[in-house]
Design a protein. Sequence first.
Length: 234
Amino acid sequence: MTMRLDYLSIFPGYFDVLDISLLGKAVDNGLVEVHAHDLRDWTHDRHRTVDDTPCGGGAGMVMKPDPWGEAFDGIIGIEPDPSVHVIFPTPSGIPFTQSAAQELSTVERVVFCCGRYEGIDHRVIDYARTMWTVHELSLGDYVLNGGEVAALAITEAVVRLIPGFMGNPESLAEESFSPGQERLLEYPLFTRPVSWRGMDVPEVLMSGHHGRIAEWRREESLLLTRDRRPDLTD
Ligand SMILES: OB(O)c1ccc2cc[nH]c2c1
């Protein structure tokens, strides 16, 4: 299966980075197909206007619905299709989680709608919900200047889970938040040299005793999770 990824933004250049590294390899291997689009290509005035003042007053500007609607028509189509997943990164979205990434890694088409200014006219989201499967997603309790960086983060979290993307899928099994590890943070990692600047790799990891190593790692994960993410232990 090839996953098609579309990005709608007034800064499509943000997505040039997807040609690099593992994501670039996924494109070369035909696992994903990436298309970045400039929202301004669907404007018709000399200034290629995409924003206007907010109805009801307030600071800043709001993204006009017209360019989004025409871009949707051109990029996705005018017929409803729930198999198309449309993602609006937004600070007011539901928290994006590893399980959401897992679910999205199985879909064939994802369209990212990257807002700027104060956000997108809400009718755009309402319209999209009548046509496709919509996700309004937040990366966390902080605000970026637009949806592009969030779209890149979500992309990486999703694409790395596509079967065939990671050379060694076993490396996914023990990561923080991976299924089975769901409620535990990953234990500390070490590699050679065994001694470095007066600090040694924990002896148990050099013992070759797999049972003790597994026990040490679980205990470290539990301690780390209790300390940093008590919310995960509820
Ligand atoms: O923090 B975010 O994920 C985010 C997403 C979209 C917009 C649009 C304007 N500011 C934004 C912030």
